[in-house]
Design a protein around this ligand. Structure first.
Ligand code: ZN
Ligand code: CU
Length: 495
C-alpha cells in the first residue's frame, strides 16, 4: 500500500512543502488493525504511508512527532445543523476541537438552502433566526468559498425547507404542482452540488406529508446518485412502522437510506433497541440502509408541548421571551411560576430544550452496532446547548470505547470516518491512504474524553492534539491552528 517517497517526489512538485507525521499509531478508518507508520502530507493529500519513510530530498519538510498518539482520518460528523454556522463562524471550534474535519449539514428536513425568509418557523429556527438568505446551492457556495470555514461540508436539502419554499401552508399534503416545484428546486440544488435529501416527518410542517410526497422527491435524488436521510415520523411506540415507511420510500425511489439519530424515545419504548436494530438489519438485507446516533440519553430540539409529559426531565436550551431560563429545568421553572410544565413550555416559546427521553442501555447498544455511524446532532445556535455539540466524538472514543470497552478503537474510528464517507459517498475522505485528502486527526487514546456536560455544555474535549484539513494544520491543542478556513464544499462527484 505504501508509496516510496522517491516516487512521491518525482510525481509532485518537490518545492511544495511536506508535512511528515512521524511514528504514530495509524488507524486508517477502514476498521483494519492499527499499524505503526509515518504519514506524509503533500499538497493537500496523503502522499505516502509507511514505516520509517525517508525524508523527501530537497524539499521543505515539517516533521511532527506522533509517538504514543493515534493518527486517524479526520472525523466526519454526519448529522449536523451547521448550515448557518459554517458561514457565521469560520473557526468551527465546536467541530475542530473534537477532531471533526467534515460535516454533513441540512439534516432532519431542515436546510438553509433553498429558502429566503426573515421569519423562519419552527423547526427551521434551529438554524438561527437571521440566516435564511440563500435561494440556491450556488448562492450558498459563493458565500462559503468567499470566506471558507475551518471544516469541509456537504449539504442535504431539507424536505421541510422545500415545503416552506413552495407552499402557502404546510399543514396539508402538497398538491401535484407543488411537488413538481419542490422537485425542480431539489433537482437544481443537486445539480449544484448538494448530496441528497433529508426529511423530518416528525416535525409539524412536514407531518402532513404522505409517504408518496417524499418518494417523489427521493426519485429526483436517485437520478443524481445521492442519499436520503430521515428523522422518522416517530421514534416512539410506532417506530417500526416509521422505519418501514422510510425504507419503502427509499426502495421505491431507488436511493440509499440513512436513518437519523436512531433512538427508542419515551419511557413506553425503552428497552426496544434489540428489536429496532434487528428490524434495521432485516431491511438492510433488501436495500441500502445506514444509521447514525449520538452518544447521550437526551435528545434536543425546539420546545414542543407534546414532548413534555411530566415524566421525563426537560432542560431549556434557549427561549426568546425568557432568555434567563436557558439551562434551567422545566420542572423547576413550572414550580416557581406555579403552573404546569406544559404551560411553562408554552410560555417559553419560541425556544428549545433537551429531553431526557432515552435509556442508557438502548443508547449503548445502538452506538455499538456495527452499522451505526456517529453524528453529533449538535445545535450551534442554542444559548445553553446540548453537550453533544462540543463532546459527541470524544465521548464515543473516551467513554464508550476506552472506559466501557463496548468496541475496539479501530471500530470506533471506523464509525466516524470510513463508514461515514462510504455511506454519504464522500470521495477520498475518511481513510488514511495514499491519494486520499489529508483530513487527519491526531489524538491521545489514553486521554481523549468529552468535558462538555449538561450543566457546562461549552467545555472543550481533552486529548485532541492536532487536526489537519485538506493538508492544512487547522487545530492544535491550545486552540485554532494557523490555517483559518481550509474547508471545502463537498459534492458527490468531485472533491
Ligand atoms: Zn432530527
Ligand atoms: Cu437533527
Amino acid at each position: 500500500m505504501s508509496l516510496h517517497v522517491d516516487t512521491v517526489s518525482a510525481t509532485f512538485a518537490a518545492k511544495a512543502p511536506f508535512t511528515l507525521l512521524r511514528g504514530g499509531t495509524v488507524i486508517d478508518g477502514t476498521g483494519a488493525l492499527r499499524i505503526q507508520a509515518d504519514v506524509l502530507i503533500h499538497e493537500g493529500r496523503i502522499a505516502a504511508v509507511g514505516q520509517d519513510l525517508p525524508l523527501p530530498a530537497s524539499a521543505d519538510v515539517t516533521p511532527i512527532d506522533c509517538r504514543g498518539l493515534v493518527v486517524a482520518p479526520g472525523f466526519i460528523d454526519v448529522h449536523t445543523h451547521d448550515d448557518a454556522l459554517l458561514l457565521q463562524d469560520r473557526t468551527m471550534a465546536p467541530k475542530l476541537s473534537q477532531g471533526v474535519t467534515s460535516v454533513v449539514a441540512g439534516n432532519c428536513g431542515i436546510s438553509l438552502v433553498p429558502l429566503v425568509t426573515d421569519a423562519p418557523a419552527p423547526p427551521l429556527n434551529l438554524l438561527g433566526e437571521q440566516s435564511f438568505r440563500h435561494a440556491s446551492v450556488a448562492a450558498y457556495r459563493q458565500a462559503f468559498e468567499a470566506r471558507p470555514p475551518g471544516v469541509n461540508a456537504a449539504l442535504l436539502v431539507g424536505h421541510t425547507t422545500l415545503r416552506f419554499a413552495t407552499m402557502d401552508r404546510t399543514d396539508r399534503a402538497a398538491e401535484p404542482a407543488e411537488i413538481a416545484r419542490m422537485a425542480e428546486l431539489l433537482d437544481a440544488c443537486l445539480g449544484e452540488g448538494a448530496i441528497g435529501l433529508s426529511s423530518g416527518l416528525f416535525y409539524g410542517p412536514a407531518s402532513a406529508a404522505p409517504a408518496s410526497e417524499v418518494t417523489a422527491l427521493a426519485r429526483v435524488v436517485a437520478r443524481h446518485g445521492g442519499v436520503y436521510t430521515t428523522h422518522l415520523r416517530t421514534e416512539m411506540e410506532a417506530i417500526l412502522d416509521a422505519l418501514d415507511e422510510a425504507a419503502d420510500c427509499a426502495r421505491d425511489a431507488g436511493v440509499p437510506l440513512v436513518i437519523s439519530h436512531h433512538k427508542c424515545a419515551g419511557p413506553a419504548n425503552w428497552g426496544r433497541s434489540p428489536q429496532t436494530l434487528a428490524h434495521i438489519e432485516s431491511l438492510a438485507q433488501r436495500q441500502r440502509v445506514a444509521l447514525d446516533a449520538y452518544p447521550y440519553t437526551a435528545g434536543s430540539t425546539v420546545l414542543r408541548e407534546d414532548l413534555v409529559d411530566g415524566v421525563i426531565d426537560v432542560r431549556v436550551t434557549w427561549s426568546t421571551p425568557h432568555p434567563e431560563a436557558s439551562g434551567r429545568m422545566l420542572a423547576e421553572l413550572a414550580a416557581e411560576w406555579g403552573i404546569s410544565q406544559k404551560e411553562a413550555c408554552r410560555r417559553l416559546q419560541p425556544g428549545g430544550a433537551c429531553y431526557f427521553q432515552m435509556r442508557e442501555d438502548d443508547v449503548a447498544r445502538i452506538v455499538s452496532h456495527p452499522m451505526t455511524m456517529i453524528g453529533s446532532d449538535g445545535l450551534p445556535h442554542d444559548q445553553h446547548p446540548h453537550p453533544r455539540l462540543w463532546g459527541a466524538f470524544p465521548r464515543v472514543l473516551g467513554h464508550y470505547c476506552r472506559e466501557q470497552g463496548l468496541f475496539t478503537l479501530e471500530q470506533a474510528v471506523h464509525k466516524m470516518t470510513g463508514l461515514s464517507a462510504r455511506n454519504f459517498r464522500l470521495v477520498d475522505r475518511g481513510e488514511i491512504r495514499p491519494g486520499a485528502w489529508a483530513d487527519i486527526t491526531v489524538f491521545d487514546p489514553e486521554r481523549i474524553i468529552d468535558r462538555a456536560t449538561f450543566d457546562s455544555p461549552l467545555e472543550r474535549a481533552a486529548g485532541i492534539e492536532s487536526v489537519w484539513v485538506n493538508g492544512q494544520l487547522s487545530w492544535t491543542q491550545g486552540g485554532a491552528g494557523p490555517a483559518l478556513g481550509a474547508g471545502r464544499l463537498l459534492s458527490l462527484r468531485a472533491s
